[in-house]
Design a protein around this ligand. Sequence first.
Ligand code: ZN
Ligand code: FE
Length: 747
Amino acid sequence: MIRGLVQGVGFRPFICRLATLYDLKGEVDNRANGVMINVEGEEEKILEFRDHILKSPPAASQIKSVEIRQQDIAGYKSFSIGTSKSGESEITEISPDIAVCPECLEDLQNDSNRIDYPFINCTNCGPRFTIVEELPYDRHKTSMKDFTMCNDCASEYSDILNRRFHAQPVACNSCGPLFTYEEQGVRLQGINSILAAVTCRIMEGKAVAIKGLGGYHLLCNALDDYAVKELRLRKHRDAKPFAVMFRDIFSLEEYCLVNPAEYHELLSWRRPILILKQRKSLAPSVSNGLGTIGAVLPYMPFHYLLFSRLETTAVVLTSGNISDEPLITDDNMARESLQPVAGAILSYNREIVNRADDSVMRIIGNRNSLIRRSRGFVPSPVDLACNVNGILALGAEQKNTFSIGKDKQAIMSQYIGDLKNQPTYEFYIESIDRFKKLFRFKPGFLVCDLHPDYLSTVHAHDLENELNIPLIKVQHHHAHIASCMAEYHLDEKVIGISMDGTGYGTDGNTWGGEFMIADLKEFSRFSYFDYVPLPGGNKAVEEPWRMAYSYLYKYFKDELNYNKIPCFKSVKTDEMLLLREMIDKKINSPLSSGAGRLFDAVSAILGLCSVASFDSEAPMRLESAIVDETDDLYPYETGNTVIFAETFQAVLNDLGSKDISLISAKFHNTVAEAIANVSEKMRGETSINKVVLSGGVFQNKYLTERVTGNLRKREFEVFTNRQVPSNDGGISLGQLIIASKIMGLCV
Ligand code: ZN
Ligand code: FE
């Protein structure tokens, strides 16, 4: 019995072919959550067969456990794939979408039915989650149901020894989905004329909207600054870096620095976007001076076809949406909204059932750190040590995901987005319903954030009333810490350090620079970053110069000549006075310990970002300002809280005389040192040696590598998120496990 992700990934045909190879008889069939293999033959051959399975299973499969038992000889005559046992209805694992495999790429050139066929796939590759409507994963329950297989495809589909045996989306040039290109009322079909039109358009500096696996993308030439600027303008996206798809790993390495861990992820079947250090600049407007490139390699057959014709080696591949709305998946909506932006649309006649953005990852300290978990990852479950069955965790507000509990597994939704956006909120509600249906899930418990105004909290209350089931509320940073503990099966008291932007605290203040002694049930706040006012509330998040003022005014009041600090020079005197009055009179100035805000303030003071044009711009610019590393740092104070008065004084002293790169590095080192220092105090009082780091600020590579380095030098055991994002996209997992513990499901 083999358990894990072994269904819908070509596992049974693989076993069947392998058994034939080793001259074994028997059968293989699907059971609930696993595959059962019965084999008879020479013992030596059986052992080789087993080793072969474990050593090189199908690319997208994930073997979690193997159970081997001796049985009486049944006298099998051959090896076959058995009809699925009744357990099939319980099968809950659905594979994520898989990048096109090397064999299919070869078929793209040689298989007469599939020459240049952009939807080629087999049991080892192709769409999965994005086309499935219901379980079990079978063609008639996917959006392939509208396409009747031709005789050739049908015979491959039913031939056990064929690579396309039971490949649900199997199709070819004569029976499968087709692309249609539309530009100014002209419609093109036929892949060659489409490719000619698209390449021509891209090389002319224009954009095209292209229907991808999980939604539409907008493409343009990443080496043509005019084209990129024009796309930015039309997309109303001021400064946020665009992701870039490269022709192949060689052209990617021309522009990006790639280490072995990054190389591995770039080429994996999940094909995420990797945030890489830039080696050579693309069109300047792609990354807007950030010094990093969000790079991805082709994953759909169409991408390969396109690059085989394109002269440019890199195209911008950004989400086809309007500002922060969800990725467009609907063809009519694309015509309406993306036609004006791109001027041309390439669509195909198969429905995208489940929206999935491209996943985004960064390698930090040689480990995966997910920034956005979606295509290629969802709906792979996260295995837990706890029973979480029946729990629905509603997540946070920004970068929302929700999670459902199935026995000891958490199934986390794809990246949903910011719920404050109305269409995103609708996507959220729709997806919760979809997951309930897809995974035959009926919530028995609810868990949400402590923040009373989060729309996920509001929805939790609605569900509580509607379903009449218990609702638990979890503090935001406790959930961050628990999300990481869940991944590592930690169920004990740990030192939990959550460096984050914002989150509702138990004292009603906005938290985010938190040191807690936490387990899966409760936490106590040991220390935190000094509170500062957020003058203007959310406005202070959008305008980092306000944070700069808030910190400096808190620490130095009128001792400073604010007009001499560059970031205030462009601010009107009345605006400064107003800000000061808001702080003094405590008008719309909630208190915050958010680490993100500290980074905002320093970034503004260094003149890197005084008004943010996208989320986390100021901290990202601050990090990317670091050119050379140093071990120098600034003074700081730790008492009940961590106080940065001396840090700011020293930054101001360095400003103007030292390199911005050096100041930024020293500042990062200071925060990293403060974190290690407080951890030591916590260990001193509690003897706890495990440190769990989570929260969006840990997506800062420089900071996280410093912090983990500092902690390991002091012989701490350090844990960081790997399977789920450390930002708010991971909150729902933390909520799930805390709820399980509080409800007594986890023993
Ligand atoms: Zn394939
Ligand atoms: Fe958070």
